[in-house]
Design a protein around this ligand. Structure first.
Ligand SMILES: *[C@@H]1O[C@H](CO)[C@@H](O)[C@H](O)[C@H]1NC(C)=O
Ligand SMILES: *[C@@H]1O[C@H](CO)[C@@H](O)[C@H](O)[C@H]1NC(C)=O
Ligand SMILES: *[C@@H]1O[C@H](CO)[C@@H](O)[C@H](O)[C@H]1NC(C)=O
Ligand SMILES: [Zn+2]
Ligand SMILES: [Zn+2]
Length: 417
């Protein structure tokens, strides 16, 4: 009885975390051509296509329609389904922890630390879900336009206004089709928190990830310690010296221990869930740390990937102000101390809405010129084609503030009015 229940738990966890990993990370370029990448294609494209074909024959497509409208609702409308799922899993796990493991934890320091650390994810979830991520409205769009200058690469001033909100699109903002609003420094819409992750709640989102990671790592440690104590009590009551050096490899004893009592089965399940989910959270956190370090949002990282492709295909050209005074104009308007000496990089391409019309000095614009000579945007007034961009390194990301902490400062201390 106990045995089968536990086996189901293990099988479920293994299958579930494998699928989640494949779905989340399978499309990353690093996995292209590997088994993970292939499994992603299979899960994401081949199997759904096959199911749709079968459904067409069996029910005339009705099953698919019903599932896709339910799926559509879950994915495209604001709703608390995924958040509820998360809260349920966390709460059930904590209930089992306090019911079955807590009484074996005698160290007062742990007893003091555990309750607040266990509550942290709820606290950050609340902050993430109910903090405005930075909704852009008519009244504050101009402030956002000043705060986020256009880089003239992936965001440029002649971008059309948002079709839904009818507000201009400040750089780094994006319209969220789930929340139906434009959000400043939009990272992504997150179903776990049922909210966008944007300028004002990115820090809480990081707190949410880290607090979950703490629960998982600390939880793994605690559940393992409790099980280890029980292992010692059952097999080596004479003392620790008698235990084998490689106690963890003593599988038959462990399996017997896990099945010996209800609480050991519960605590081992918690241990396995925590250790298996851990790598997923670590990978996700690592991805965001990397993004912050590079000064990009989730979406911009994708856009930079496209820019890289265009540059590698020799189709990105630099347009600069037409007159011969180019060099001097540029160094005169450079933004001073932050410029690396001797570099003619487009840091000076800071553009503010009012200034640009009169003063284009030092402005540098990147335009994607297709093979047939078509361009993907119109050439700003007075600018002419100068160079082809040789490589991605020569295109600067102006949102990467450089230094070790500047990008982090922007994340943790967003500017309010
Ligand atoms: C813009 O104003 C709205 C409404 O007052 C507010 O909810 C939102 O947080 C503001 N957005 C920014 C980016 O300050
Ligand atoms: C034009 O090309 C740039 C450079 O790759 C790109 O970032 C931008 O999104 C493109 N604009 C349009 C309207 O496609
Ligand atoms: C980034 O934004 C574009 C257009 O707004 C969207 O099509 C794409 O799916 C987004 N990518 C990510 C990773 O959010
Ligand atoms: Zn919008
Ligand atoms: Zn959203």
């Amino acid at each position: 009885m106990k045995l089968t229940a536990l086996h189901y738990v293990v099988a479920f966890i293994v299958v579930f975390s494998t699928i989640v990993f494949i779905v989340l990370f399978g499309r990353l370029p690093a996995f292209k051509g590997t088994i993970v990448g292939k499994a992603h294609v299979l899960l994401w494209h081949k199997i759904p296509a096959r199911l749709i074909a079968i459904d067409k024959i069996v029910t005339g497509g009705r099953f698919c329609n019903a599932t896709s409208s339910a799926g559509n609702y879950l994915v495209n409308e604001k709703n608390w389904a995924v958040t509820t799922f998360y809260i349920t899993i966390l709460t059930v796990a904590l209930v089992f922890f306090f019911k079955d493991a807590w009484r074996y934890i005698t160290n007062p320091i742990h007893r003091l630390l555990i309750p607040p650390l266990a509550l942290q994810p709820y606290f950050y979830l609340y902050l993430c879900a109910f903090t405005d991520p930075g909704t852009i409205t008519q009244s504050n769009v101009s402030r956002m336009l000043d705060l986020f200058p256009y880089d003239d690469i992936i965001f440029y001033p002649d971008m059309p206004p948002c079709r839904t909100c009818h507000t201009p699109k400040p750089a780094r903002s994006k319209h969220c089709s789930v929340c139906k609003r434009c959000v400043a420094r939009m990272d992504h819409h997150c179903a776990w928190i049922n909210n966008c992750v944007g300028y004002y709640n990115y820090r809480y989102f990081l707190g949410f990830i880290v607090s979950n990671l703490i629960v998982l790592v600390y939880g793994s440690y605690l559940t393992f310690s409790v099980l280890y104590m029980e292992y010692m009590r059952q097999y080596f009551p004479e003392g620790y010296e008698k235990a084998p050096k490689y106690f963890w490899a003593d599988y038959p004893k462990w399996i017997r221990l896990v099945h010996s009592q209800n609480w050991t089965a519960a605590v081992s399940s918690l241990f396995m869930i925590a250790t298996l989910v851990c790598p997923l959270v670590v990978a996700f956190l690592a991805q965001h740390i990397l993004f912050i370090h590079q000064g990009v949002t989730t979406n911009e990282s994708e856009k930079w990937g496209e820019v890289e492709w265009i540059v590698n295909n020799g189709m990105l050209y630099i347009y600069e102000i037409g007159n011969a005074e180019n060099e001097t104009a540029e160094s005169a308007s450079g933004s001073g101390s932050e410029n690396e000496p001797g570099s003619a990089r487009p840091r000076s391409a800071v553009w503010s809405r009012d200034k640009a019309k009169t003063d284009n000095s030092g402005r540098r614009v990147y335009i994607h010129v297709y093979e047939d000579g078509e361009m993907n945007r119109s050439v700003p007034q007075g600018m002419i084609q100068t160079d082809k961009v040789p490589d991605l390194e020569s295109v600067e990301n102006i949102y990467d503030k450089g230094g070790v902490f500047r990008n982090w400062r922007e994340v943790f201390f967003p500017k309010y009015t």
